[in-house]
Design a protein around this ligand. Structure first.
Ligand SMILES: Cc1ncc(COP(=O)(O)O)c(C=O)c1O
Length: 402
């Protein structure tokens, strides 16, 4: 294996993110293939016993076992590093594998974590239930309230964790302010950037130490594979994350890594087009609903902040109806084009009722505190013609009495 001319990181790191998404990290085999090869291998062979021993001692380069290294997986990790402007990346089997590995590798019994209350359901379960079982103290705060982060800090605060925009309430958090507060306390700032994707927002530019993804969302973005990624400083990656994951094994398969690699080639195009569609749909929906949240509209409470941190309003909208679950379900059931599905960031537009799906495992009180009402729906906008999406919504709103 050799890097073909022009693939050296000293050259590629100067390319812009959209170029990185197509070419970053490519390593060609001796066949000079155009498209990245899939190395579906669990292990590697050695020329002699001493070569194996030397690799295990870390004295010679080379791969040993696909739980630790794999050529296809490494191409994806290198590409994501270059896109994000990060020192190091480790991809994981799912977004939740990425979030749990980032948090569990960093935190030990007796440490304290501050997290934003608005978060994907499983992230809240991790913070509220799983981490405390291992002796980690956790506090959830209103992520938009910078003072609340400041007041929640304790001498043993080791990390802060938040998503922005958040799933599904679209709370926007001031990345710079919260990361500065974390650093003042000597804590690590971990940001889940799944909703924005690296196309719209690069949290490290605002001070995040670690950025984690559900790559299932925009990165694959075509409903095929689950994947996750953790990006951060090289030393933290080696000493903290890898020290955990090399023994717990939440690895991404080389095949799924290859699917995500191919998807990244169109990520910029897909996300930008979906954002344009989402803005058109948001403008149509706003006057028809009691309440609509979309970071790209001036009516969003943190619109100005969202526009400072993100290059567009995103692909996700939160719709609110007054008639509770019955009316929300009626709207879903009347859709003909948009699918009822709890995935997001997909080329197909998808709508879900968070209270009964993605956030059903969160307590009713926590849901209420987050602003997830029974009349709330989350709409992920895809790549269809926006006029067809608007026609479908127009008819479904009418059928639901809106
Ligand atoms: C913000 C956010 N983080 C993490 C996840 C978990 O990702 P995965 O489903 O790939 O495990 C999701 C999934 O919906 C999400 O929306």
């Amino acid at each position: 294996m050799k890097r073909t001319t022009g693939q050296d990181r000293s050259i590629t790191r100067h390319w812009r993110p959209a170029t990185q998404a197509v070419r970053g990290g490519t390593v060609r085999s001796e066949f000079g293939e155009t498209s990245e090869a899939i190395f579906l291998t669990s292990g590697f062979c050695y020329d002699d016993a001493e070569e194996a021993a030397a690799r295990f001692r870390g004295e010679r380069p080379g791969m040993t076992y696909s739980r630790l290294q794999n050529p296809t997986v490494q191409m994806l990790e290198e590409r994501l590093c270059l896109m994000e402007g990060a020192e190091a990346c480790r991809v994981q089997a799912t977004g939740m594998a990425a979030m749990s590995a980032a948090l569990m590798s960093t935190l030990s019994a007796g440490d304290h974590l501050i997290a934003a209350k608005a978060a994907f359901g499983s992230c809240r379960v991790l913070v509220d239930t799983i981490l405390p079982r291992f002796g980690v103290e956790t506090t959830v705060v209103d992520g938009a309230d910078v003072d609340a982060w400041a007041k929640a800090r304790r001498p043993n605060t080791k990390a802060v964790f938040f998503e922005t925009p958040a799933n599904p309430t679209l709370d926007v958090i001031d990345i710079r302010a919260v990361c500065d507060l974390a650093h003042d306390a000597g804590a690590l700032a971990i940001v889940d950037n799944a909703f924005a994707s690296p196309v719209l927002q690069r949290p490290m530019e605002f001070g995040a130490d670690v950025v984690a993804y559900s790559a299932t969302k925009h990165m694959d973005g075509q409903g095929r594979v689950l994947a996750g990624a953790v990006l951060g400083p090289e030393q933290w990656m080696n000493d903290t994350l890898l020290a955990f994951t090399r023994h717990t094994g939440p690895n991404l398969s080389p095949f799924n890594a290859w699917v995500v690699l191919k998807s990244l080639e169109t990520l910029d195009l897909r996300v930008r087009r979906a954002c344009e569609n989402a803005l058109a749909v948001a403008r149509f929906l706003e006057p028809r609903l009691p309440r609509l949240l979309y970071p790209g509209l001036a009516s969003h409470p943190q619109h100005a902040l969202a526009m400072r941190q993100m290059s567009a309003g995103g692909t996700i909208l939160a719709l609110f109806v007054d008639g509770g679950r019955a009316q929300a379900h009626a709207l879903l059931d009347a859709l003909e084009l948009i699918d009822i599905s709890n995935n997001l960031g997909d080329s197909r537009s998808l709508m879900t009722h968070p209270a009964s799906t993605t956030h059903a495992s969160v307590s009713a009180e926590a849901r209420e505190a987050m602003g997830i009402t029974e009349g709330m729906l989350r709409l992920s906008i895809g790549l269809e013609d926006p006029a067809d999406l608007i026609d479908d919504l127009d008819r479904a709103l009418g059928a639901a009495g809106l």
